[in-house]
Ligand binder design. Structure first.
Ligand SMILES: O=C(O)CCC(=O)C(=O)O
Ligand SMILES: [Fe+2]
Length: 346
C-alpha cells in the first residue's frame, strides 16, 4: 500500500470562494481526515516573508550558546520558553513506556496565548502563561507575526471542519474563543559524533498531537515520519510553500474516531555519523480550557456508544503534558497507547 499525504488548496475558504468551491474543499478535507489525518495545504495565504521571518528568528535564537538559551527557561509547569534537548519524551504522553525515555533530542521554544490576551476572562495563569522572550533583536516581532497567521489558518481549518462534518457554520467558535494555542518551534541538531554515543536518541518520539488541529511548518530536510494505516512509518516533507495540517486527539474523540489523530515522530537519518539540522514549528490549536469535548451525536451510530467519555480540554492537556514533560505515564490514554503498541509490533 502506498502512503500519500493529500494536498488540498484551501484558498476558497481564505479569499471567499463560491459555496460550490468551498464544498469541494470541505469534501477533500473530510476524505483526508478519514483516510490519513495528515494533509498538505496550499492557498493558506501566509506570506512567504512571514514564514521567512519565523525561520530566521529560529535560526537566530537556536544559534545562541546553550547557557544563553537557558536564560529563557520559563517557570516549571508552564508550556512556555526554552526546553533544552532531552527534557521531554513525547511517547510518554501516550502512556507507552519508551525505550528512548527522555531521549528526544529536539530543543524547542514555546510561545502561546496568555491571560493578558483575554482581558475580563477568568483563566488559569499556568495554562495561559505569559510568554518569555529572549534578548534577540526582532525575535518577538517575527514570532508574533507568524503566530497570528498560523492562528488564522487553524481557525480557517475549524470552519472547514464544521462544513466537512455537516455541522452548523461556526460550530467550533464557542469551543475556541479563548483557546489554549501554543507554537512550539523545534530544532533538531546534534554535534557531529553524538549519534554514535547513544543509539537510543531520537529527534522526537512517536506521539499524537493533543488538541484540535495542528498547523505544522517544516523545512524540507528529512526526518518527519507518519504512521500509515498498515502500520508502516512513512517519510513526509511538505511541498514548496505548503503547510502540513494534522488532527489532534480532541478531534478524534469529538468525531468518535471518524477522523484520526495520526501518530508521527521525527527520526532524522544519520549521514556520516551526524544528522542534518532540521527545523519545524507546530501551532497547536487546543480549544478552551473549560470546554467539554464529547462525541458529536451524528458521529455515533444509532443505538451505539461513544468510544470515549466526555473530557475537558484542560483535563486532557494536563494529562498529556504530565507524560511528556514530567515522565508521568498517562494512564488515561489507553486507546491511543494500544495504537502505538500495535505499530511498534508491526
Ligand atoms: O518536527 C516535525 O516535523 C514534527 C513536530 C511535531 O510533531 C510536534 O511538535 O508535535
Ligand atoms: Fe506532533
Amino acid at each position: 500500500m502506498t502512503f500519500h499525504v493529500p494536498a488540498v488548496d484551501i484558498s476558497a475558504w481564505v479569499t471567499g470562494g463560491t459555496p460550490d468551491e468551498k464544498a469541494m474543499v470541505a469534501d477533500a478535507i473530510d476524505a483526508a481526515c478519514r483516510e490519513v489525518g495528515f494533509i498538505q495545504i496550499l492557498g493558506h495565504g501566509i506570506p512567504s516573508s512571514v514564514t521567512g521571518g519565523l525561520a530566521s528568528a529560529m535560526d537566530d535564537f537556536f544559534a545562541e550558546p546553550l547557557e544563553t538559551k537557558k536564560l529563557s527557561i520559563a517557570p516549571k509547569g508552564t508550556n512556555r520558553g526554552y526546553t533544552p534537548p532531552k527534557s521531554e519524551s513525547l511517547s510518554l504522553s501516550l502512556g507507552v513506556e519508551s525505550a528512548t525515555r527522555m531521549n528526544d533530542f529536539f530543543e524547542a521554544f514555546n510561545v502561546g496565548l496568555a491571560t493578558s490576551d483575554f482581558p475580563g476572562v477568568e483563566l488559569d495563569p499556568m495554562e495561559y502563561a505569559e510568554n518569555v522572550w529572549p534578548d534577540v533583536a526582532g525575535y518577538r516581532d517575527r514570532i508574533e507575526a507568524y503566530f497570528a497567521e498560523a492562528g488564522r489558518v487553524a481557525r480557517t481549518m475549524t470552519d472547514i471542519f464544521a462544513a466537512a462534518l455537516d455541522l452548523p457554520a461556526g460550530f467550533f467558535d464557542a469551543y475556541t474563543d479563548h483557546s489554549i494555542d501554543v507554537l512550539r518551534m523545534n530544532n533538531y541538531a546534534l554535534p557531529p559524533g553524538t549519534v554514535d554515543l547513544d543509539g537510543d536518541l531520537i529527534g522526537m518520539s512517536e506521539h499524537t498531537d493533543f488538541g484540535i488541529v495542528t498547523v505544522l511548518w517544516a523545512d524540507q530536510v528529512k526526518g518527519l515520519q507518519v504512521l500509515g494505516a498498515d502500520g508502516s512509518w512513512n517519510d513526509v516533507s511538505p511541498a514548496d510553500d505548503a503547510l502540513l495540517i494534522n488532527l489532534g486527539d480532541l478531534t478524534s474523540r469529538w468525531t468518535n474516531e471518524r477522523w484520526m489523530s495520526t501518530l508521527h515522530r521525527v527520526k532524522p537519518p544519520i549521514v556520516d555519523g551526524t544528522i542534518n539540522r532540521r527545523r519545524s514549528a507546530a501551532y497547536f490549536h487546543d480549544g478552551n480550557a473549560d470546554a467539554t469535548i464529547a462525541a458529536i451525536p451524528s458521529t455515533v451510530e444509532p443505538g451505539g456508544e461513544a468510544l470515549y467519555p466526555p473530557i475537558t480540554v484542560s483535563e486532557h492537556i494536563r494529562a498529556k503534558l504530565a507524560g511528556s514533560r514530567a515522565g508521568k505515564i498517562n494512564t488515561a490514554a489507553t486507546r491511543e497507547a494500544a495504537r502505538v503498541l500495535a505499530a511498534n509490533a508491526g
